[in-house]
Design a protein around this ligand. Sequence first.
Ligand SMILES: *Cc1c(COP(=O)(O)O)cnc(C)c1O
Length: 475
Amino acid sequence: MDEHKHAQLKRLPGVDRILEYAANGGQFDNIPKSVLIPAIRTAIDTLRTRILKSEVPLDGSRFSRQALVATVKQQAARTMALKLKRTVNATGVVVHTNLGRSLLSPAVIDHLTTISSRYSNLEFDLEKGRRGSRYSAVEDILCELSGARAAMIVNNNAAAVLLCLDTLATGREVVVSRGELVEIGGAFRIPDVMAKSGAVLKEVGTTNRTHPRDYENAIGEQTGLLLKAHTSNFSIVGFTAAVSLPDLVSIGRRHSIPVMEDLGSGSLVDLSRYGLIKEPTVQESLAAGVDVVTFSGDKLLGGPQAGIILGDKPHIDRIKANPLARALRIDKMTLAALEATLRLYRNERQAVHQIPSLRMLTLPLSVVQGQAAELKARLERLPGARITVELLDISSKAGGGSLPLLDLPSCCTGVSVHGRSANAIERWMRNHTTPIIGRIENDRFIMDPRTLQEEELDIIEKAFADMLADGTERG
Ligand SMILES: *Cc1c(COP(=O)(O)O)cnc(C)c1O
């Protein structure tokens, strides 16, 4: 090893010396030991690595106790900052699972705040003065809005599917079309959930074509359920055939076998009336006579994470009585947010206006274009003139396994900065105090204003101003 490295390594202080020094000045008073000690070790280790990697001796100021204390404080602040933080979604993907799926509307947040900061009648029947059901708050409104006879809610749609299969088909066969054996992001696969529930998968048809006779031929002594799964994140096109829900229901009726549908995104509003692609609605599934339908609370419904199960009373009663239901039960915050979201659906226009996911999906192109143009103007005004901003006709996505074929016409801003790669811009934005998530296309950093919220143009403008003022981290 070089002599200078040896000498510098010997100058590295130990943890105790830094603690001692800082204790005198009260420098670390607000940092708990559990954070402080690892932060000091990290600071020393970082310096050691630098010494070992550097060709020339490091500048002596790096070894000063003040410099080390400053590094430790920075590191401790990073450790103690909240890890789950607000981000700016500039991807244009409205129901973005990695970025939190659905945003709750202000009316919903108000109710959520009240219910979670105060006691409530969560499981108390105020009329009768005794124990009540946790689910009654949303059951009535779900039935009112959808036309179902009964409802049950669990933690998410994956749990809903598991609970339904476990209740209705354990030890029995569940007939599913090969074209519907879906995998949703986050490792939800129909065959795997089926296995966990103790039901036996009976595949019928082929990937692209399944006919009524395929179901008929598969039905036997062991059949417990006919399942239709919405192919929510892909589409089979070309030479295809699928059995419609009404046809599947009549097959089930003829053989006295219940029919279940996993709708996935489950919209209560027919979005084709707002110029989007037709997705089956919850009401349509129920009207077709399905015995049980399940869907997510935080996809197209635009509420909190939840799994909603609707159907006729005998089936839902059995589902509620399953001991697994207790393990999958929702908490009061979910319940509060779900009820407040569902109330907005009593007036469809209000729902489309006030539920953020629906508002963003139905945002007129002209509004998106206006936002993109404003963002362009703001970025071009930034000092330095090293920035090029273009308006691009790129489409947005519904996301979250909703509307897979949907290409929402949108208008994005594509940014390039002289002397800085698109990757470097993307990294800078992602590491900004409020992280900004966009994407890269053709060596430009792309932002779609469709998914931007109020005042987020300010955040983006500030992040770019900081980046342009910063000389480091190029490439
Ligand atoms: C999204 C989806 C699920 C999983 O729902 P979560 O609420 O994410 O648990 C299950 N089935 C289908 C068809 C889906 O689209």
